[in-house]
Design a protein around this ligand. Structure first.
Ligand code: ATP
Ligand code: MG
Length: 335
């Protein structure tokens, strides 16, 4: 049976699987609204109309009525189930019976006081993922078993093992997501996790909200997805002009976004300094990593180039969970 790793984040689902030769990864942004869409003029494609219980949902990338996924209960919601199945269908793999590896924010996965697994939360997430969902006029994947991994830590597995970290060194991992900043201190090369930190008030969602507000002021109401694309492409003037209707407000919108980014970056850096003052190295992952990298570098100036942003920061967790699952299975088959 195929195992698929799904880092089911609140704004983007990252999916990794092994095609027999290499690990492939895709990113599926979340943007759902209630109701169904009509097939329009195209009949070659199944429209992403889903049903969970009695509730109808549809995938809609531009709707400004897109349901908000940036809240903490997201992990156990209809929207989480929807985004997971929708992302699986974006892989191009034929729907089949699979095992999935999914993720939970680190402070939900572990108890904050003793860093032990929170079995109740993990079970709640598994139960959510196993729920029924159907695709109108189409087929969905059948999930037969679920494994849950924490956010942040596993993303740096390969990087840390390849580094020359001694057993006494302390590595700070920071995952900057759409809703939460997840962070942990790892001792040595995964000897233990000594501390965890989670904050759902300093995610990239703050910048997204500012961008949406600014867009709305420029007569350009936009979905979370479009606002996020604007943040990513803010230095590409052609793209910017494509999404802002009132061109006299381009500078104003961009300034608001830029200010919010610096504010957030400053906040993240300060919180991290409070959480872990003197680590031996710092790794940044998550889609928001490029936005806060400079500020974190300044906060840990003495570390110099030991403050590292991972290549493929946004997809690292999904890919590493996939590699981990492959190695676990090969251990079992050779045992
Ligand atoms: N290169 C980039 N520059 C700026 N922002 C980016 C870039 N790539 C992705 N982002 C944004 O970073 C944010 C976080 O992405 P990520 O996929 O890590 O979030 P998530 O996993 O859905 O959130 P969470 O972990 O909090 O549930 C998104 O809003 C995304 O649009
Ligand atoms: Mg995430």
């Amino acid at each position: 049976m195929l195992t698929i790793s799904v880092d089911d984040g609140s704004t983007n689902v990252k999916v990794s699987w092994f095609n027999g030769k290499t690990v492939e990864t895709i990113i599926s942004p979340n943007s759902f609204r209630k109701g169904w869409k009509s097939a329009g003029l195209r009949s070659d494609k199944v429209i992403a109309n889903y049903l969970i219980g009695e509730t109808k949902y549809t995938y809609d990338i531009t709707s400004d009525k897109a349901l908000e996924t940036t809240h903490i209960d997201y992990q156990y919601s209809d929207l989480n189930l929807l985004s997971l199945h929708h992302a699986l269908l974006q892989t191009g793999l034929p729907p089949q019976v699979i095992k999935v590896v999914v993720t939970l924010p680190i402070t939900v996965y572990y108890n904050a006081d003793d860093c032990q697994k929170n079995e109740a939360n993990i079970q709640r997430k598994k139960d959510n993922v196993m729920r029924e969902i159907s695709l109108n006029k189409g087929e969905v994947f059948e999930i037969s078993s679920v494994e849950v991994m924490p956010e942040s830590v596993p993303a740096v597995l390969t990087t840390l093992i390849d580094s020359s970290a001694s057993e006494f060194s302390r590595t700070l991992v920071i995952d900057i997501g759409g809703t939460t900043v997840d962070s942990a201190v790892i001792v040595g090369q995964f000897e233990e996790i000594s501390d965890i930190y989670g904050n759902n008030e300093i995610g990239i969602g703050l910048v997204t909200n500012t961008a949406r507000q600014a867009l709305s002021n420029a007569d350009s109401d936009a979905s979370y997805l479009v606002a996020n694309e604007l943040i990513k492409n803010r230095h590409n003037l052609e793209f910017v002009k494509e999404v802002i209707n009132d061109l006299s407000k381009v500078d104003e919108v961009l300034n608001k976004i830029e200010n919010r980014i610096s504010e957030l970056a400053q906040n993240v850096a300060e919180e991290m300094k409070k959480f872990c003052k003197n680590p031996n190295r710092v790794y940044l992952v998550g889609g928001g990593a490029p936005l806060v990298f400079e500020a974190v570098k300044v906060a840990y100036a003495t570390l110099g180039d030991r403050v590292v942003i991972l290549e493929n920061a946004q997809t690292a967790l999904a890919t590493e969970n996939m590699l981990y699952s492959l190695s676990e299975n090969s251990d079992k088959s050779t045992a």
